[in-house]
Write a protein that binds this ligand. Structure first.
Ligand code: ADP
Length: 266
């Protein structure tokens, strides 16, 4: 905010000016930040309003009879409607999660997150999700490495990265998940031996709705918001997502939480 007018928002930049001076550039971004706030409110409200009608539609779809014995057209139409409503529900849930994280003022130092327990649950969910793909999934978890943070957010970030590896690695792949101390703090990493991602896409993956292969990603049932959620969670925890990928070899998605966020180590 501006020091002289609390209703104005400025963006400041300091640049070298000649040998002995610094130049301070202040840009009035009041309008831009107002529009950004309006956008966030709009998305949050629309997502919230769409939830109820969808729940009603889904409820009716689930009780309408549509087994193999029904008319083939009805069976096909019902199956498609159920799958598309599910997709829409996932999308709305992810939009709400994203809005919540964007608006989150929850302090990260107020709660301790038992990461080994959070990751043990994610491991069980990943193994359940893995039934069809038959990957070898191995978790390497430091047992007493707890952190300060917002548990729902951290859980959402880690599970998005693990489930993406399960979804986007071709069958019978190998996935390793690491949670360990490192030089600057605690490091979480998901390493897969999937198809990898071309460099041109890598920088754009955390944009909302950005997908490398739209058709294939849609089949996984994802919303295209997963990595955007991860990015916001990490920025709330003063970290950022690192993506290293080689086409034909696999990908590594990782982040480091600063050592100040480590709560307890055995
Ligand atoms: P979604 O999975 O819902 O499409 P995400 O934001 O989670 O959305 O991921 C964006 C895109 O990044 C995916 O559509 C996919 O193309 C790519 N991607 C994510 N994780 C991986 C991975 N481990 N290997 C290959 N591609 C990936």
């Amino acid at each position: 905010p501006s020091p002289t007018n609390p209703n104005k928002t400025f963006e400041y930049r300091i640049m070298p000016y000649g040998d002995a001076h610094l130049l301070l550039i202040a840009r009035d971004i009041t309008r831009v930040s107002q529009l950004e706030e309006m956008r966030k409110d709009f998305v949050a409200n629309v997502s919230h309003e769409l939830r109820t009608p969808l729940t009603v539609i889904n409820g009716y779809l689930e009780i309408l009879p549509h087994d193999e014995k029904s008319d083939p057209f009805v069976h096909k139409a019902m199956t498609e409607m159920i799958s598309q409503t599910q997709r829409m529900q996932n999308l709305i849930e992810d939009l709400l999660v994203l809005s919540r994280i964007e608006a989150s003022s929850e302090r990260i130092y107020e709660n301790i997150v038992n990461m080994p327990s959070v990751l043990a649950q994610i491991e069980r969910e990943a193994q359940a999700l893995n039934k069809q793909k038959q990957h070898r999934i191995v978790f390497h978890i430091a047992p007493d490495l707890y952190i300060y943070g917002v548990e729902t957010e951290i859980r959402s970030a880690c599970s998005n990265l693990v489930f993406n590896a399960v979804h986007y690695t071709p069958s019978e792949g190998e996935i390793h998940v690491y949670w360990e101390t490192c030089e600057t703090g605690a490091r979480f990493a998901v390493v897969d031996n999937g198809d990898g991602i071309e460099a041109t896409h890598v920088n754009r993956l955390t944009e909302r709705f950005y997908r490398v292969d739209k058709a294939r990603s849609r089949k996984t049932g994802g919303s295209g918001l997963g990595l955007s959620i991860v990015k916001h969670v990490l920025s709330h925890h003063n970290s950022r997502l690192d993506i290293a990928s080689t086409v034909g070899e696999g990908s590594q998605f990782s982040f480091v939480l600063d050592r100040e966020l480590i709560a307890e180590q055995g």
